[in-house]
Design a binder for this molecule. Structure first.
Ligand code: MTE
Length: 302
């Protein structure tokens, strides 16, 4: 996924232009006899039509505690991370366990382009144009066994390159997990790029999870282990403060964080005059995902 300078996104590319560019690219790809994979942009049904945040906003205001706790630390400190070569351990209740080179892990899988709303638990939000693999396609390729009810993920531990890991800010590795039906949901991506560039290190290079209906802390970065497990796995923020951060972490304006309201959000880059906006149930993805939680008490399963 190399960056093509002639197709550089303007910082303010409206979606109409973006889609037009994709159509041009798709047309060009269709003319190429060598192009055997389906065009990668069956994405529109999943994408929001809100204008994306700028590349500078998306890569300059991050949470990535392996590189420090302030929003500017990841951009300042993540340059030290080596992301090539990169391998991912696949283990647990799965037909094809092993240690995979990232290229081998993803080979044969279609890269999708999707513009997702992103909502951090700290009540700010962005709109991010991702490139990534639908996680369901990767999991299917690996062959989940019937006993696998959850998927667990771990981030790299490499304190010599991750300055925050030299401090006991969190219990490393950063861990996250999804119920199998959440992991198999078509909205769930393994992102490998944004704005047609490889992922910046501070955004979780070379591969990170994106679950747009959940608070941002579920979207674990720089993944080195994928485990298929029978039981709900431990997750970093839940281990830190179980009363504040649940396993599900679905965006829910009706269930407040114990220390602040979750009813509204501040869109990064919108400016002070824009004010706050109402947060939408499941971050606006209720039509697609609410059925995953039917019958569950969302105040108890936060
Ligand atoms: N993954 C790891 N490994 N370490 C982290 O500190 N922070 C999480 C999540 N994934 C985090 C992580 C939180 S709190 C948020 S809001 C998002 O990453 C931020 O993702 P972004 O930088 O792409 O906006």
């Amino acid at each position: 996924m190399s960056f093509k300078s002639d197709l550089r996104w303007s910082d303010v590319t409206p979606k109409s232009l973006y889609l037009n560019r994709r159509q041009i690219m798709t047309g060009a790809a269709a003319l190429s006899a060598a192009s055997l994979t389906a065009p990668a942009w069956a994405a529109s049904e999943f994408s929001t039509d809100e204008a994306p945040n700028t590349f500078e906003e998306i890569s300059g205001y991050n949470n990535y505690y392996e590189f420090g706790t302030s929003k500017e630390d990841p951009a300042a400190n993540a340059g030290s991370l080596t992301t090539k070569p990169w391998s991912v351990v696949v283990d647990g209740l799965v037909d094809k366990p092993g240690t995979y080179d990232l290229g081998d892990l993803l080979s044969g899988l279609t890269v999708e382009e999707r513009i997702y709303r992103f909502r951090c638990v700290e009540a700010w939000s962005m709109i991010i144009p991702w490139q990534g693999i639908q996680l369901s396609n990767l999991l299917t390729k690996l062959g989940p066994q019937p006993g696998a009810k959850f998927v667990a993920f771990e981030t790299l531990v490499r304190p010599e390159e991750m300055i925050g890991q030299q401090m006991g800010i969190l219990e490393w590795p950063y861990r996250e997990g999804l119920r199998m039906d959440e992991a198999m949901h078509p909205l769930t991506l393994m992102a490998t790029g944004l704005y047609d560039r490889d992922l910046p290190n501070q955004n979780g290079a070379p591969i990170r999870l994106v679950t747009p209906w959940k608070y941002g802390f579920k979207s674990i970065k720089s993944i080195v282990r994928i485990s298929f497990v029978a039981d709900m796995p431990p997750t970093t923020w839940n281990m830190m403060a179980a009363n504040e951060y649940g396993f599900y972490a679905n965006v829910n304006p009706e269930v407040d964080h114990p220390r602040w309201s979750q009813a509204s959000e501040r869109r990064i880059g919108a400016g002070l005059l824009a004010g706050r906006q109402d947060t939408l149930m499941f971050n606006g993805y209720a039509d697609q995902v609410a059925s995953l939680y039917s019958g569950m008490d969302l105040a108890a399963n936060y």
